[in-house]
Design a binder for this molecule. Sequence first.
Ligand code: PEP
Length: 243
Amino acid sequence: MSFIIAANWKMNKAPQDTVEFFETFRQTKVADKIKTLFFVPAVNALPTSQAGVNWGPQNIFPAATGAFTGENSPKVMADLGARYVLVGHSERRSLFFETDEQTNIKLHSAQEFGLSPILCVGETLDERKQGLTLEVLQRQLVTGLSNLTPSNELHIAYEPVWAIGTGEVATTEQVSEAHRFIRKFLQEKLPQHHQKMNILYGGSVKPENANELSKTAEVSGFLVGGASLKPDSFHGIIEAVQG
Ligand code: PEP
């Protein structure tokens, strides 16, 4: 199983910035055991595809075409060369009111159009303080993965909401507790598939903390926001994982 290092650019970079990023990134040596992915704004689909990297949109609408103003078609993304998609990122859940039921519909749609999804799960600070972390993960996984048989790659990203974009990183104990819980869930619910499923950690991953986090139990990838925007820091994370 490769260690996945996925960039989430959120609503950053114009097409020209994207071209420049990949001109620099092309020089990065990535070990065979690492797979890099880029989740880019839809407007950057073309230059990202032309850079020849693994990429996908940060969200899709579950239909090929139609009257869905402002949405991304999974079919068009796949036609443009996308192979992956993020589903249920905490910003989609908190700012755009995406529910677990909607994440489930999007996962099915991603698979229908040949995109490999990464389902994001994670608790808010309030939920953690109330001791609800594992309950929240269970709910997000049960509903999110409902009636889903992985037809291509399917991965999970554990992202404690309080660690995203805050500079606050979960401790290795917190990360391993959540990741072990997710792995056990996958072993039980998707016994024929779980060995091919990576569990990524996301939340303020940086070159300085990436090595320790990469060695934490059941961590088989990272989803990186802020530190993925500059080739230097993204490269630094790759180097830290390569050891
Ligand atoms: C993210 O956007 O999924 C994320 C983890 O962001 P950051 O690395 O900036 O915390």
